[in-house]
Design a protein around this ligand. Sequence first.
Ligand code: NAD
Ligand code: TYD
Length: 350
Amino acid sequence: MKKIIITGGAGFIGSHVVRRFVKQYPEYTILNLDALTYAGNLENLKDVETSPNYQFIKADITDEQHINRIFSDFRPDGIIHLAAESHVDRSITSPLDFVKTNVVGTVNLLNAAKNIWKEDFKGKRFHHVSTDEVYGALGKTGFFTEDTRYDPHSPYSASKASSDHFVRAYADTYDLPIVITNCSNNYGPNHFPEKLIPLMIHNIIHHKPLPVYGDGNYTRDWLYVVDHAVAIDLVFHHGKNKENYNIGGFNEWKNIDLVHVLCNLMDKKLERPEGESAKLITFVKDRPGHDLRYAIDATKINKELGWKPSVTFEEGLAKTIDWYMENQEWLNHVTSGAYQKYYEEQYDLK
Ligand code: NAD
Ligand code: TYD
């Protein structure tokens, strides 16, 4: 494959996928297609922006005409689709934005791919990047497998589930060559500080309250973002046509325990007395429809493609904290302006 469009390449995971492909495959041309919403930031790609095999185009995936034009000009062999509205709390206040980008935007991309590839699908692939949240919530035990029935609860996960169904429908109806990956919670550098880990790091640095929803006994499985990018690379190149692959970190944490770990690590980093940051923990109103637990069974990708996480949580958190400490300018940029309004509306905190 020679020409690849990566949508959402200026976002958190997308920027790591772009970096991986630009560096790993100098013979490919990578076109980063991104609308640069509040979550998109070209600063994430400073180190690859002058690479000869990298291009960027600002475009909204909901703009059908623009997307069709880009596809017929660039003529991609592959699409790796990450562009999305990605934050559950925002989906609760603005569900239609999620329908537009995640559902309509995905269908626009599927149509554009189908139109340029006609029936000639040899060497072509549409890789849809999705989430484990489509499977709903687990109780205290059990894991999501690729066969777990979809049961989304939030407007975000419902919109992602819908987009997954459309991708599968295009494979069944038009024979479009597709793969889908469903991954657990990512963390790492360039993560927008509206999500749990970067929000806590940001607030600890600034001595601000650490808002823990409900009793904090909600469980997530955490994967270092670079390991996700490696998994996407493997599935894109070697995954079986029309199949889905679960990706996970084998790394479950209750939110409250994770926040305590972050507090302890940050106290050391910031040379604060032990226990200082944990005093900032504040239990706040729970998220409506809050999923109790997510846990991924990633046996299939491990057995078929030999993938497993390479970074331990300890290493990953240390790298992540270091990155945020060294990139406070990035943090200041993304938390100025509109972020303040979002934060005040979302959290009733001083
Ligand atoms: P993000 O919010 O950090 O980035 C999303 C990117 O998409 C941004 O660059 C944004 O500008 C772009 N975008 C948004 N709307 C667009 C539009 N209409 N047209 C073009 N570009 C648009 O998201 P992320 O956390 O990097 O997630 C990337 C993908 O991975 C999403 O599809 C998400 O559902 C999925 N995913 C995320 C996680 C996670 O833990 N963050 C886990 C599993 C799957
Ligand atoms: P988040 O990072 O938003 O990811 P997701 O909801 O997609 O799993 O949240 C991770 C967990 O942390 C989730 O159980 C909600 C919780 N949470 C808080 O307790 N406080 C917060 O301020 C945020 C953003 C999340």
